[in-house]
Write a new protein. Sequence first.
Length: 365
Amino acid sequence: MIRTANRLLSFKPLAATLFAAALCVPAPASADPLTYLGPDRQAKLVEGAKAEGEVVFYSAMIVNQALRPISEAFMKKYPFIKVNYWRAESAGIFTKLSAEVRANKVMADVVEGTGVGEAVIQAGFAQAYDTPLIHEIPERYRDPNHIWTPTRRSFFGIGYNTKATAAADLPKTYNDLLEPRWRGRMAWHAGSASGADLFVTNLRMKWGEEAARAYLQKLADQNVISLSGASARGLVDRVIAGELGLALNIFAHHPLISASKGAPVSSLLLDPVASTVGTMIVPKGARHPHAAMLLIDYILSREGQEILAEAGYFPSRADVPTRADLAPITEALTRVSEQFVSPEALNKYTASSEDMIGALMAKKP
C-alpha cells in the first residue's frame, strides 16, 4: 500500500515532472477502444486485440492467489492475447510506472491496486475509459469521471487473538478502545493510507473534524504502538503470536483466512467500518488499448469476479458472493454502517490524517 496518496506526490518538482511527462505521452490514434460503447464494441475490441497480441498488467494482487489464475483464465478465453503481468506492492507499481512516464516509454496497459490508482490519477497520467460492465457494480463504488473501475472491495476492522481475549472483553465501540485494559496493547500500521491514516480518515468523515480530533486526543493516551516497518498482514501475525492485544485497522479478511488454517485469530468490525476499493486505471500511452479493455471487462465480468472471490477477495459486483469463510464479515456488515472512502477521499484526507497522528503522538512523553 502506498504510504500516503497525497504525501507520496507532495514533492513538487517530482509531481511537476510527472505531470509534464504525462502531457507529452502520445495519445492513441483513436480513443474508440477506450470509450466506444456501440453495439459492435466486442467485435472491434477482439479485432484490435488480435493485432496487438498482448496486454501488460501491473497488479498488487497476490500472484498464486489471484493474479496468475485470473490471467490464465483470461488467456484461455482469448488465446490470441498473452498477458504479461508484473506484481508489486502499490508503491512499487507507482514507482515503476512513474519511471516509464518520465522516459516517455509506458509499458503498462492496465494498472491495478489499492492506492496506486489514486496516485496515478493525481500525477495526471491516467486516461478515461468506459465499459458497459460498470453498470453491474453498485453505484457507490463507481467513478463518475470514468478514470477508474473497482476490482475488489476491502473492509477494515480489528484483529484479536481468540485465545488471549474473551468474547465478553472485546471492544464493541471505538470508545471501548479507550479502556485501561488496552493501554499499550494496541498497534496500527503507521505511514500507510490503509492503516493508521485510514483509521483517522474514517472517523473524520463520519464524525466530523472536531469530534474525531477530540477522540484521537484520548486515544493518544492509550500509547498505541505505531509500526511502520510491518505490513497490515504482519500485524495480524503478531496478534497470532500473542505479541499484540489488538491490531487496529487491518484488512478484516486477513484474520479469517488465517483462522481457516487453524490460527487463533479473528476480526471484528466497529461502527463505522471503513471500506475502500482496489482500482484499475489505463495509463496514457498504453500500447495495447483493445486488449486492455478486454482484460478490464473480464475482471469486471461475473467469471472474473468469481475468481477473485475464490481467491479470498471481496468482489466489487453485488451478484457475486464472497467465499464461505469470509461470511462473518458480510454478516457483520448488516449490523454496522459502512463508510466508503473513495480514491478521491483518500487523496483528500490521507496526508492531513497522517499529520494529525504525528501532532497528537508527538505530545506523548
